[in-house]
Design a protein around this ligand. Structure first.
Ligand code: GDP
Ligand code: GDP
Length: 442
């Protein structure tokens, strides 16, 4: 597993400077591998993009603001401020045809204070002919580099993207972690108790802790040793912003979660016992599933329900109802405040990770497949009985298996589910997602 994180790249600029044109140019470009992952990315305002092997989450902040008519300075200032705080890299677009405007000045000033890479992009420079003339007024800004671009006609586009991917490479240099370090990220909406939980964990006995700076500027990861294992705790609490949680920031916080999901092995989702599951929780869980991450659900603040058996049962039933599709994920009731249940957490993380990274011999898997087929004969498809020839493991984290057959199309959902259950049982993989891939033997 790579340690690289997935930085958030925000497109900022006045309405009509060409943000969505650039967004589309990047996400539709043949060079960009856009991940059509369902879940939050469906939103269109952000998309995961890979350029030169560097992954990023691209955000059109114009899309985040629902008010494109609003050309006032305060509006774009908010946009810039949010981007500075939440993004890792900012692409600030200006309009080369219109020239420099007072709003641009102000935003450049704000961006100057940000300690993160900013690209000052002059858009609508539709070719080299007028480049110098159109760029000229912008030199007044006194920024080091101006990037000329035509988002519409691709002039300057590859140059910009190549530079961007180099910046990403430099900012996401892999961390030096001990071999076999388990990367655990904590998710949950603001105030659910993430920081309290991490503090509580760090306060436990026999933890040897060192803080190492995260791969993105805002996060601080904690490396700790517990028993014979090393763990990297990835805190997404930096997302927390009390009293100021607008919808816009909520979206950014989901994006940040995506970045953390990219690089974790096990996603720990905290749910507030008193408030239940929120839409954001469901989104993050959905994304964790898409990414095939190990998953643990912590129902925190269990102390608030102490002695109230009825309420406790209700809460657990509600969680089960809302999340029927993650039956494999261990669920613990805990209290970061009192410490209740915290001791169970590491053993559970350990067993999830062992399953997540487990490897099996081909002979074991084939025996399992043969037995499964004997127990429950494969269906007939187009007048022929389905045949399975062999199976092997093609990946870990999560465990992935290929099954070769005479007609992969004929393996309908219920038989897939049957095989999947047999694999889970036979291999002792009850706590993680597994992937079965059916292929035709040529
Ligand atoms: P946004 O409001 O910042 O997202 O801007 P849009 O991407 O919607 O673009 C606003 C207008 O500028 C549209 O009419 C685009 O076609 C036009 N536009 C965008 N990029 C370029 C460019 O590179 N050159 C020219 N000439 N027009 C552009
Ligand atoms: P974060 O925003 O997710 O990092 O949440 P915090 O760790 O800052 O906790 C938010 C609030 O919830 C604080 O006032 C905590 O004291 C409180 N809190 C956290 N865990 C528990 C818990 O297990 N039980 C109770 N009753 N309160 C908790």
């Amino acid at each position: 597993m790579s340690n690289s994180s997935c930085p958030i790249v925000a497109l900022v600029g006045r309405p009509n400077v060409g943000k969505s044109t650039l967004f589309n140019r990047i996400t539709k470009s043949r060079n960009a591998l856009v991940d059509p992952t369902p879940g939050v990315t469906r939103d269109r305002q952000y998309e995961r993009v890979v350029w030169n092997n560097r992954a990023m989450i691209l955000v059109d902040t114009g899309g985040i603001d629902d008010n494109p008519e609003d050309v006032l300075v305060p509006h774009i200032r908010d946009q810039a401020l949010a981007a500075i705080e939440e993004a890792d890299i900012v692409l600030f677009l200006m309009d080369g045809r219109e020239g420099l405007t007072p709003a641009d000045y102000e935003v450049v000033d704000i961006l100057r204070r940000a300690k993160k890479p900013v690209y000052h992009v002059i858009n609508k420079i539709d070719g080299p002919e007028k480049e110098l003339e159109l760029l000229c007024p912008f030199y007044e800004l006194g920024v080091e580099t101006l990037w000329s671009l035509s988002a519409d006609h691709t002039f300057g586009f590859n140059t910009l993207m190549d530079a961007l991917s180099e910046t990403i490479e430099a900012s996401t240099m892999s961390q030096d972690l001990p071999d076999g370090t388990v990367k655990v990220a904590f998710f949950g909406r603001p105030n659910v108790g993430k920081s309290s939980m991490i503090n509580r964990i760090l306060g436990e006995d026999r933890m040897i802790v060192s803080e190492i700076s995260g791969t993105t500027r805002d996060s601080v990861d904690t490396l700790l040793t517990h028993g014979n294992y090393s763990y990297l705790l990835i805190d997404t609490a930096g997302i927390r912003r009390k009293g100021k949680t607008t919808e816009k920031l909520e979206k950014f916080s989901i994006l940040k979660s995506l970045g953390a999901l990219e690089r974790c092995d096990v996603a720990v989702i905290l749910i507030d016992a008193d408030e239940g599951i929120t839409e954001q929780d469901t989104k993050v869980i959905g994304y964790a599933l898409d990414q095939g991450r190990g998953l643990i659900i912590l129902v925190n603040k269990w102390d608030l329900l102490e002695g109230d058996k009825k309420r406790q049962d209700e809460v657990l039933a509600e969680v089960g109802r809302q999340l029927p599709f993650i039956g494999f994920a261990p669920l613990l009731t805990v209290s970061a405040l009192s410490g209740f249940g915290i001791k169970r957490l590491f053993p559970v993380i350990g067993s999830v990770y062992r399953q997540y990274s487990a490897q099996f011999s081909t002979s074991t898997i084939n025996r399992l497949l043969r037995e499964a087929v004997t127990v429950h004969a494969p269906p007939i498809y187009k007048n022929k009985r389905l045949k399975f020839y062999y199976s092997s493991q093609i990946g870990t984290c999560p465990p992935k298996f290929v099954i070769m057959s005479n007609s992969s199309k004929g393996v309908h959902f219920s038989y897939q589910r049957f095989l999947s259950n047999r694999y889970r049982e036979g291999l002792g993989l009850d706590k993680v997602p597994i992937q079965l891939i059916f292929k035709d033997k040529s």
